[in-house]
Design a protein around this ligand. Structure first.
Ligand SMILES: Cc1ncc(COP(=O)(O)O)c(C=O)c1O
Length: 404
């Protein structure tokens, strides 16, 4: 079978009205395009059923509250959470990690405690811990990578000590696509009494995720990478951990009783959801999860793995291309074209209607490790097909011709 002559998965592609014919959208790791069912759910929520949640005494608000909480239940089922009360709606993975760092970190950690991260983390899983370090004096250690770009869990095992209270790692690297063995990472963290936070931003759209089976303690992801709206994301933590965490934002909806003398707080998840929530985002996220689940994450993973294999095969046939990351990366391929800045690669590909990401991908320490200022990155979604891979390879050949 010649993989590169096969067509796109037309049945899925037609679900996405913002992808015109002949445009190869290869930037899903930055943000996914939206299927019509999600756009329709958002339009309906604003155009037909809109109201605030949790406080209205009128029927419309009560109905919207039911829809809002149904989404929380749906998220819980989607990731194998023990209960919907373990699902905290946040703006995205970035906010979820900052919430943990400020609420859990400030109260459960002290000066001299250690946090273990890895070389490939997104800035969202680095900077909140540095801010915590600046506030309370924790120490940060950085686990190295294997030669093919995975977090080196043997090294993690050797580095961990009882002083480590938190291990925070990406489930799937947004640059290399490498997949973490979360279960082993959890065992290693728990062996020294540390908690494991998993940044699931790039995993949730690509792999089946079951937080109970993974045995992690915190899991965060963003809706917009999961074919859902921007501005909505999820922090999951085990109920006993959430119970032990103080509020981080104060305001409406997160209280039990307020007086000037003393205020008491609502139980989780409301304790962490101050203010009017992103009602429509939550409803849109529900539609996105239904969409993804109907296709099935096993099918999506197999689809993206085939595209990654085809892309790596096509690009490795071009002399001046250097590929990063492991061969079995999940939906993401980073590469460099010798002597050409990734931004130039991206610009020339854009002329050929191929959209990739070029830059440091919010992973500057990883760029330093790879010895490059930036990479070009192609990342796949359900709407991509082998025609997109062929367009990418053709575009890269044009880049090499232009730059001699
Ligand atoms: C691995 C990873 N973590 C965290 C983030 C941050 O996500 P957001 O900007 O949606 O909060 C991203 C987004 O690029 C990511 O790829």
């Amino acid at each position: 079978m010649n993989l590169l002559t096969e067509t796109r998965p037309l049945d899925w592609l037609t679900d996405f009205p913002a992808i015109p014919d002949g445009w190869a959208y290869l930037d899903t790791a930055a943000t996914a395009q939206k299927p019509k069912v999600v756009i329709d759910a958002i339009a309906r929520a604003y155009g037909e059923t809109y109201a605030t949640v949790h406080r209205g005494v009128y029927q419309r608000s009560a109905d919207m509250t039911v829809a809002f909480e149904a989404s929380r239940q749906r998220v819980a089922r989607f990731i194998g959470a023990g209960s919907a009360d373990e699902i905290v709606f946040v703006r995205g993975a970035t906010e979820g990690i900052n919430l943990v760092a400020q609420s859990w970190g400030d109260t459960h950690l002290k000066a001299g405690d250690r946090i273990l991260l890895s070389t490939l983390e997104h800035h969202s899983n680095i900077v909140p811990w540095q801010l915590l370090r600046d506030r309370i004096g924790v120490e940060i250690d950085v686990a190295p990578l294997t030669a093919d770009g995975r977090i080196d869990l043997d090294a993690v095992e050797a580095m961990l000590t009882p002083a480590h209270k938190l291990v925070a790692l990406a489930h799937v690297s947004n640059v290399l696509g490498s997949v973490l063995d979360v279960r082993r990472a959890a065992d290693l963290a728990h062996n020294v009494g540390a908690r494991l936070l998993v940044d699931g931003c790039q995993a949730v759209p690509r792999l089946p995720v079951d937080v109970a089976a993974l045995d992690c303690d915190f899991y965060v992801f963003s809706g917009h990478k999961l074919y859902g709206p921007t501005g909505i994301g999820v922090l999951w933590a085990r109920a006993d951990i959430l119970d032990s965490m103080p509020p981080w934002h104060g305001g409406g909806a997160m209280i039990d009783k307020v007086s000037f003398a003393r205020t008491t707080y609502a139980p989780p998840p409301a304790r962490f959801e101050a203010g009017t929530p992103h009602v429509v985002g939550v409803v849109g996220l529900h539609a996105a999860i239904d969409y993804v689940d109907a296709i099935g994450l096993d099918a999506i993973h197999a689809h993206e793995t085939a595209l990654v294999t085809a892309a790596r095969e096509a690009l490795s046939g071009i002399n001046s291309v250097r590929l990063f990351g492991p061969a079995d990366s999940a939906g993401i391929v980073s590469f460099a074209v010798e002597g050409v800045h990734p931004h130039d690669v991206g610009t020339i590909l854009d002329e050929a209607h191929v959209a990739i990401r070029a830059g440091h991908h919010c992973a500057q320490p990883l760029m330093e490790h790879l010895g490059v200022p930036a990479t070009a990155r192609a990342s796949f979604g359900v709407y991509n097909g082998l025609a997109d891979v062929a367009a990418l390879a053709k575009g890269i050949e044009r880049v090499t011709r232009i730059f001699g």
